[in-house]
Design a protein around this ligand. Structure first.
Ligand SMILES: C[S@@+](CC[C@H](N)C(=O)[O-])C[C@H]1O[C@@H](n2cnc3c(N)ncnc32)[C@H](O)[C@@H]1O
Length: 427
């Protein structure tokens, strides 16, 4: 790690590649007129560090992103309110990016008939720019990526150009604050949140930082509260005292101890979309289920990539640091929705490391994003052909099989993922 990478890691928790950090520093050197990177970094002022952080964060979000999470949270919160009508429900979304996530929660709760004086949403992000944008409540096309935009009719008014402003009754429900999920000032509300959303942040952290962030979320969540994360983040939570709940595609968890007491399970579980394996504890559709008979292979593996794709002279698996950065860049670009650029990075990477399961996995994600599901499936199959224990690829293939109403294949893939997950936990 370079000193600049270490500095940004300490400030944000993010694991950033050298190229990402260098690019950000170059931009700030240009803006500030510093002589060079070394001069810029020497005794960097807190305000300038904030400006640098703005350039490395990925404030990608949109309304109703992975919307099952909001509906699952609303079901749970409505049940809580029914059992204690005088309670004020507290929800935290961290990181909240430009406010799309907390405002979505507010819209879903409002549409579910939960009165505004019964819930409050705290929304936190490390980026001051994001918090300022969120407070304005004005959004362009990029924030409306779902096909069903009926919510926009109900909760927004059109502004100039093609922008929309969220209505005040929804805006009032959310309190925005700049902050770092890893830092102490969030402790003020320890143990008070019924529901926490922490989605698409832990994927940018290394293992120790992920553990520290989970410990923080653990402090903030009520004893039997629910936590929602991104699909790829579920395993980290399971390794740190949380257990998945069976909301389809919602990626919700609760503390293991709460599952054992079966309190949340009784209050909150909606009907399951798929039968759970007989001896399984509550599981999410992409999370590990109990062991079951070995699955049939879902399809014959695709052929390995042609040897000509390997870079001349590069021994297999010999990944230099700049090459490894290509994959990190691909993930970042994928998150920004820059599909073509991300694909380019994956292909550059594959040219040097042709048997990279991770590169095929990302290509699968990119094709899923652009609705080329057959191609996505082919890439994920190639991924698990190269790395049969690729947990995320197996989960994605299982979800795809479910979407295609192929319950048998989905169950087999989930069981296989479950075994891998158990094995990984055991080691
Ligand atoms: C990809 S967005 C996720 C937004 C939203 N949760 C979602 O899933 O749509 C990641 C956000 O994390 C924020 N972030 C990065 N490090 C953070 C930290 N240590 N504490 C709080 N927010 C952080 C970034 O500013 C960025 O807005």
């Amino acid at each position: 790690m370079t000193p600049a990478q270490a500095m940004l890691h300490a400030a944000t928790g993010l694991s950033l590649s050298k190229s990402e950090v260098d690019r950000a520093i170059r931009q700030r050197v240009e803006v500030t007129g510093a002589r060079d990177a070394a001069a810029y970094l020497k005794d960097i002022a807190p305000k300038e560090l904030e400006a640098l952080v703005e350039l490395v964060v990925v404030p990608e979000s949109w309304f109703y992103r992975d919307q099952q999470a909001f509906h699952a949270a609303a079901d749970y919160l409505a049940a809580r309110l029914a059992s204690a009508p005088e309670r004020l429900l507290r929800i935290l979304t961290v990181p909240c990016a430009g406010g799309e996530e907390p405002y979505t929660m507010a819209m879903v709760l409002s549409d579910a008939g939960i009165p505004g004086d019964r819930f409050i949403i705290d929304a936190v992000d490390i980026s001051q720019g994001c918090i300022e944008r969120a407070r304005t409540g004005i959004y362009g096309r990029n924030a409306f990526r779902n096909q069903d935009l009926a919510f926009r009719e109900r909760h927004f008014s059109a502004c100039a150009g093609d922008e929309f402003r969220i209505n005040d009754d929804i805006r009032r429900q959310v309190r925005f604050k700049q902050g770092n999920v890893l830092e102490a000032d969030l402790d003020a509300r320890a143990g008070s949140y019924d529901v926490i959303f922490c989605r698409n942040l832990l994927i940018y952290f290394d293992k120790p930082t992920t553990r520290a962030a989970i410990a923080k979320l653990d402090q903030l969540l009520r004893r039997d509260g629910l936590l929602f994360v991104g699909y790829a983040e579920v395993p980290s939570l399971c390794q740190n005292g949380f257990a998945p709940l069976p909301y389809a595609q919602a990626f919700g968890l609760t503390r293991e101890v709460a599952v054992e007491r079966r309190k949340v399970a009784r209050v909150a579980m909606p009907p399951q979309p798929l039968p759970a394996p007989p001896q399984a504890r509550p599981t999410l559709r992409n999370a590990p289920a109990a062991a079951s008979p070995p699955p049939r292979s879902p399809a014959p593996p695709p052929p390995p990539p042609p040897p000509s794709a390997r870079a001349a002279g590069a021994p297999p698996g010999a990944v230099t640091a700049p090459t490894a950065d290509l994959l990190a860049d691909a993930r970042r670009l994928a998150d920004l929705g820059q599909v073509r650029e991300a694909e380019g990075k994956c292909r550059d990477y594959l040219a040097q490391v042709p048997d990279s399961a991770d590169a095929y996995f990302i290509l699968g994600l990119l094709n899923e994003l652009t609705k080329k599901l057959q191609l996505a499936e082919d890439y994920w199959k190639r991924c698990i052909y190269l790395q049969p224990d690729h947990y995320e690829a197996l989960c994605h293939l299982a979800l795809l099989a479910e979407t295609n109403s192929d319950a048998a294949t989905a169950a087999a893939l989930k069981a296989r993922a479950a075994r891998i997950y158990k094995r990984q936990q055991a080691s």
